[in-house]
Design a protein around this ligand. Structure first.
Ligand SMILES: [Zn+2]
Length: 498
C-alpha cells in the first residue's frame, strides 16, 4: 500500500536562506493541520503565501485529507502575548527589546505587549518613543505594543501622562510588578483611561498581605518553612477593583479593567460572576499557573493535573465537586532538590487545585487569554536563597509546549489552547484599542502565522532559549511541539526550516 505523502513546507526565498526580517517571498505548506480560532475551524489544509501575503487557504476533505491529522505539522495564526517584560530601558543585562522579540518569535509569537516597569518606567511619550526605536532597530517583524504606567514613575502617587501616552499609541495602562496603589488612584485611573478608550491592566496583589511572603500559603510552604503568600492577597484586590469598576462604569461607559496573571480559584470565580453581571472585565492566566504547582518548590516535577484528585477535577472549578490537591510526600512525588529559585514568581505557584481552577477558567471562557508574563532575569538576581530571588519566569519560549502538554493530557482541546494564544488575546487587545488586531488565516492578509511540529519535542536548555533570561524551572525538560517557522506581518521572524 503506498504511503501517504508527508506534510511539507516549501519556501522559495529569492537569494537562498530564510533571513529574519526578510519578506517571505513564497511559502507552500501542503497537507498540514490548520487551526484557525478566528474562524472557529481546524482541519487538514494547505496554505500558499506569495510575497508575504496569504494567497490561498485550502481546506482538504475526503481522500485528499487522508493521513493528515493534528499529530503532525500544525499551522496557526501567530500568537499574541498580552504580558511580557522586555527590560529595556534600564535592565538590559536581563533582556533587551531585540532579544525579547527574538525569544517571542522562537515561541511562535508575532505580537507582544510590553509592560512599563522598566527604568525609567514607561510613563510618558519620551520613553514610549525610546522603546519603539529599540524595536525598530532590532529589525524584528514581531509587533511590539506598549502598556504605559498608570502612575508617574510607577510610584503610586499621581497619574502618569495617560493622554500623552495614548496619543503615542500605548494600548493600556498598568503599574504591573505592583498593583495600582490605593482605591482612589484606581478609580481616577479607570475613569480617565476609560475616557481615553484604554483599559487598566491590574496586577492584583495586596502588598500588605504579601510583605515578606515567599510561597503560596498552604501545605508546601508550611513543610518547607517558607512564609505564606495568601490567596486573599489576590482576591481582596480583585474584589476591590471589581467594586470600583462597577461604580466608575456608571459614569464612564468606556471604563475597562483587565486582570492579569490570575492564579487562584477564588479570584477567577469573582471574575466569572462579574462577567455574568455584565461588567467590562477581562483576564488572562499564565502557562506556569495552569501547569505547575507549589509542590515543585519542594522538588515535585509532575504536571499540576497529575496532582489532583476528584471526579470534578475537569469540570467543577469551585464547590463540592472541586478538585483536591494531593500531598506530594504521601505520593512519593518528590524527585528533585527543593528551593529552585527559578520557581519564585509573583503571584506564586499555587496549589494543584488552584491550577485546576485556572484550566477550568480557560475552558469556560472566564479567562480570555493565556499571557506568559515573560520575566527574564540575570543569574545574579536568581542564584540566591529562594526567598530573596527575583520574581519571574522566562516563559515566552515554553508557553506553546506547556499548553500542548495540557492538550496531551486531555485538559484542553487543541482548539482551546490555540484560541488562548490567538483569538482570545486578540479579542482583548481589540477591545482595549477599538481596532481589530489580527484576522487569522485569511486570504489577502499579510501572513502572520506559526508553523510547528506537534510530533516533535525539544529539550529546554539555556542555550536553546533566545531570551537572555535563562530562568526557567523547565530546564532539562522535553516539551512537545517544536516551532519551525514564525512569520509576522509577511516577514520572517524565526525559522528553523532548511
Ligand atoms: Zn505582574
Amino acid at each position: 500500500m503506498p504511503r501517504e505523502p508527508r506534510p511539507s513546507a516549501k519556501t522559495g526565498r529569492r537569494g537562498g536562506a530564510l533571513q529574519v526580517g526578510a519578506t517571505l517571498a513564497d511559502l507552500e505548506i501542503s497537507r498540514a493541520w490548520l487551526v484557525d480560532p478566528f474562524a472557529g475551524r481546524e482541519g487538514a489544509g494547505e496554505i500558499v503565501v506569495r510575497d508575504g501575503e496569504i494567497a490561498g487557504v485550502t481546506w482538504l476533505t475526503g481522500a485528499a485529507a487522508k493521513g493528515v491529522d493534528a499529530s503532525g505539522v500544525i499551522v496557526a495564526p501567530g500568537f499574541l502575548d498580552l504580558h511580557v517584560h522586555l527590560r529595556e530601558p534600564g535592565f538590559e543585562d536581563a533582556e533587551t527589546v531585540a532579544t525579547g522579540l527574538a525569544a517571542a518569535a522562537h515561541g511562535g509569537f508575532t505580537r507582544v505587549c510590553a509592560m512599563a516597569n522598566t527604568s525609567p518606567a514607561i510613563d510618558g511619550a519620551a520613553v514610549v518613543g525610546l522603546v519603539r526605536a529599540a524595536a525598530a532597530a532590532s529589525g524584528s517583524p514581531v509587533a511590539l505594543e506598549i502598556v504605559g504606567a498608570v502612575s508617574a514613575g510607577r510610584a503610586g502617587e499621581k497619574l502618569a501622562a495617560l493622554g500623552e501616552m495614548t496619543d503615542a499609541g500605548v494600548v493600556g495602562f498598568s503599574d504591573d510588578g505592583a498593583p495600582v496603589k490605593g482605591p482612589v488612584l484606581l478609580a481616577h485611573a479607570l475613569r480617565y483611561a476609560g475616557m481615553l478608550g484604554r483599559p487598566i491592566v491590574e496586577h492584583a496583589e495586596d502588598t500588605a498581605l504579601t510583605s515578606g511572603a515567599e510561597a503560596n500559603e498552604g501545605l508546601v510552604a508550611s513543610v518547607l518553612g517558607l512564609r505564606g503568600w495568601p490567596a486573599a492577597a489576590e482576591e481582596a484586590v480583585v474584589a476591590r477593583d471589581l467594586a470600583i469598576l462597577a461604580d466608575v462604569v456608571r459614569d464612564v461607559p468606556g471604563a475597562r479593567l483587565h486582570l492579569t496573571h490570575l492564579s487562584t480559584a477564588g479570584a477567577l470565580d469573582l471574575v466569572r460572576r462579574a462577567k455574568a453581571a455584565g461588567l467590562p472585565v477581562t483576564c488572562d492566566v499564565t502557562p506556569h499557573h495552569l501547569a505547575l504547582a507549589d509542590e515543585w518548590i519542594a522538588g515535585a516535577r509532575r504536571w499540576a493535573w497529575e496532582a489532583v484528585d476528584g471526579a470534578g477535577a475537569r469540570r467543577d472549578p469551585v464547590g463540592a465537586g472541586a478538585p483536591v490537591a494531593r500531598d506530594p510526600w504521601t505520593d512519593a512525588a518528590i524527585v528533585a532538590e527543593p528551593f529552585d529559585p527559578d520557581l519564585r514568581v509573583n503571584p506564586p505557584l499555587r496549589d494543584p487545585a488552584d491550577a485546576a481552577a485556572v484550566r477550568a477558567a480557560l475552558r469556560d471562557g472566564t479567562a480570555d487569554a493565556v499571557a506568559t508574563d515573560h520575566a527574564p532575569h540575570t543569574l545574579v538576581d536568581k542564584e540566591v536563597e529562594f526567598g530573596l530571588a527575583a520574581n519571574g519566569i522566562s516563559g515566552i519560549e515554553t508557553a506553546l509546549g506547556v499548553l500542548l502538554a495540557a492538550v496531551d493530557a486531555g485538559e484542553l482541546t487543541l482548539a482551546a489552547a490555540m484560541a488562548a494564544l490567538t483569538s482570545g488575546p486578540a479579542g482583548v487587545l481589540g477591545a482595549w484599542t477599538g481596532r481589530p488586531v489580527a484576522a487569522g488565516l485569511k486570504v489577502g492578509a499579510p501572513a502572520d502565522l506559526v508553523l510547528f511540529d506537534r510530533g516533535e519535542s525539544w529539550t529546554v536548555t539555556p542555550a536553546s532559549l533566545r531570551s537572555k533570561g535563562k530562568n526557567t524551572p523547565l530546564a532539562g525538560r522535553a516539551l512537545p511541539g517544536r516551532v519551525l517557522l514564525t512569520v509576522a506581518a509577511g516577514r520572517i521572524a524565526f525559522s528553523d526550516l532548511d
